[in-house]
Design a binder for this molecule. Structure first.
Ligand code: TTP
Ligand code: MG
Length: 392
C-alpha cells in the first residue's frame, strides 16, 4: 500500500498568533523580532508585511527601512510553544505517527488511519478546520506518498493552502521548481548543481546519476532520487527519535557573543521543551557551529546522567561554545542537539539512582511546563529573558 504523508506548516506562525490575540494588529504589517533600532533579525512577518519585501532572518534595521509604518513586536516564545502544543495535540488525535520539525511544522503518517477517519485529503481538511475553529489560525497542507513531496506541496499554495502531489503531477508541480527548494539544499550545494548546469528539480531528475555521484558523492544520488519523487524516510514520532536538536541559520553572519549566547538559550529551551514533551532525557549535548566559509564543527560532551532541563542543556552548550569557538570569528549557523536518549520511565525505574536534588528539579520543570502550557510566558520565564519583557 502506498504511504500517505501529510506535511502541515502554520502560516506566518508567530505573527498570526499575535494578530489573533490583538485585533488591532489584524490586517497590519506585523514584524516579529524586536525594536527596529535593535541589532536583531526578523523572526517572521505577517503576510501584509511581506508585501514590503520583509522576510525571516532579515536585519530589523533593514525591515524598518522597507516598512517604517510596520508594527514591530518582541517574540513571546513560550506563548508560541504553548500554541504549538495545542496544534500537535490536534494531530495526535488522528495518528500517533507525528514528527514535529519545528514549533509550527510536522509530518503526519496517516496511512494506517484512513479506515477510521476517511482518506488523507479528508483528514487534512478536517485538521485544517479544527486548527481554524479551535485555535483561530491557518495552516498550509501538503499531501503525498512521502515526506519530500508532502513538504514541497505544503509550500506551493501558502497561506491557507492544501495541495496534493501524486505520481501524475510531479512533472507539472515539482519539476519547474528551483533546486534550492530541495529540502536541505543551501546556496553552496545549489551552486555545485548550477556548475553542472542543473537549476531546476526537473533538470536534476533527468540528469545522469553516475555523474552526480561522481561529483557530489552519496548526496548526489540522494537528491537525484528526491527529484524523481523517491523518498523512503519514515515519519518518526519524537518518542522514538535518537536525538532531538534545533539550529538557526543567520541571514547575516553574527559575531556578537552576547547575541549568540541568547540564541543558545532559546535553542536550549526549545530542545528541553521537546525532550520533556516527548518524555525523553539525553546524556550527550552537542553544539554545532557553521562558519561563513561553510566549515562546520560539532563538539559534544557526555554527562554522567541523562537530562532534559533547559538550564543544564544551556550551560553545557555555552561551555562547548567557549571552549571551541574563537570569539573574533563570525558564525553562520548555530545549533544544539541532545542525544543518547532514554525514556523518562527508564530513569524512574532506576529510582535509587535519583538524588533528591534531581527529583526536585524534575518536579520544578513539570510545574513550569504546566504553567507555561496554561498561561504562557508572562507568568514564569527564565531570568535572562525577563530583560526582553522589561523592554516591551
Ligand atoms: P516558518 O514556517 O518558516 O515561517 P512562518 O510560519 O512565519 O511563515 P510561512 O510558513 O507562512 O511562510 O517558521 C515558523 C516560525 O519560526 C516563524 O513564525 C518564526 C520562526 N522563525 C524564526 O524565528 N526565524 C527564522 O529565520 C524562521 C525562518 C522562522
Ligand atoms: Mg510556517
Amino acid at each position: 500500500m502506498e504511504r500517505r504523508i501529510i506535511h502541515v506548516d502554520m502560516d506566518a506562525f508567530y505573527a498570526a498568533v499575535e494578530q489573533r490575540d490583538n485585533s488591532e494588529l489584524l490586517g497590519q504589517p506585523v514584524i516579529i523580532g524586536g525594536k527596529p533600532q535593535s541589532r536583531g533579525v526578523v523572526s517572521t512577518a505577517s503576510y501584509e508585511a511581506r508585501k514590503f519585501g520583509i522576510r525571516s532572518a532579515m536585519p530589523l534595521i533593514e525591515a524598518y527601512r522597507l516598512c517604517p509604518q510596520g508594527i514591530f513586536i518582541l517574540p513571546d516564545h513560550s506563548k508560541y510553544r504553548r500554541v504549538s502544543d495545542e496544534i500537535m495535540q490536534i494531530f495526535q488525535h488522528y495518528t500517533p505517527l507525528v514528527e514535529p520539525i519545528s514549533l509550527d511544522e510536522a509530518f503526519l503518517d496517516v496511512s494506517g488511519c484512513q479506515r477510521l477517519f476517511g482518506d488523507s485529503l479528508h483528514i487534512a481538511q478536517e485538521i485544517k478546520d479544527q486548527i481554524k475553529s479551535q485555535l483561530d489560525l491557518t495552516a498550509s497542507f501538503g499531501i503525498a506518498a512521502n515526506k519530500f513531496l508532502a513538504k514541497i506541496a505544503s509550500d506551493l499554495d501558502k497561506p491557507d493552502g492544501l495541495v496534493v502531489i501524486n505520481r501524475e503531477n510531479i512533472a507539472e508541480k515539482i519539476w519547474p521548481l528551483a533546486v534550492q527548494k530541495l529540502w536541505g539544499i543551501g546556496s553552496k550545494s545549489a551552486a555545485k548543481l548550477v556548475e553542472l548546469n542543473i537549476k531546476t528539480i526537473g533538470q536534476l531528475a533527468k540528469s545522469n546519476p553516475d555523474l552526480l555521484a561522481k561529483t557530489l558523492g552519496s548526496w548526489g544520488l540522494e537528491v537525484y532520487n528526491l527529484s524523481n519523487g523517491i523518498d523512503e524516510r519514515p515519519v518518526i514520532p519524537e518518542r522514538d527519535a535518537h536525538s532531538i536538536g534545533h539550529e538557526t541559520t543567520f541571514s547575516q553572519d553574527i559575531r556578537d557573543q552576547e547575541y549568540l549566547t541568547r540564541v543558545l538559550l532559546e535553542l536550549a529551551q526549545d530542545v528541553g521543551w521537546r525532550l520533556r514533551r516527548a518524555g525523553l532525557r539525553g546524556k550527550t549535548v552537542a553544539l554545532k557551529i557553521r562558519y561563513p566559509d561553510f566549515k562546520t564543527i560539532t563538539r559534544s560532551h557526555t554527562l554522567s546522567a541523562e537530562l532534559n532541563q533547559d538550564d543544564v542543556i544551556y550551560q553545557e552548550a555555552v561551555k562547548l561554545f567557549i571552549a571551541n569557538h574563537a570569539a573574533q570569528k563570525s558564525i553562520r549557523l548555530i545549533g544544539i542537539t541532545v542525544s543518547g536518549l532514554i525514556r523518562e520511565e527508564q530513569v524512574s525505574q532506576q529510582f535509587s539512582l535519583f538524588t533528591e536534588k534531581e527529583d526536585k528539579s524534575k518536579k520544578l520543570y513539570q510545574a513550569l511546563d504546566k504553567i507555561n502550557i496554561k498561561f504562557g510566558r508572562k507568568t514564569i520565564t527564565r531570568a535572562r529573558l525577563l530583560k526582553d519583557d522589561e523592554t516591551k
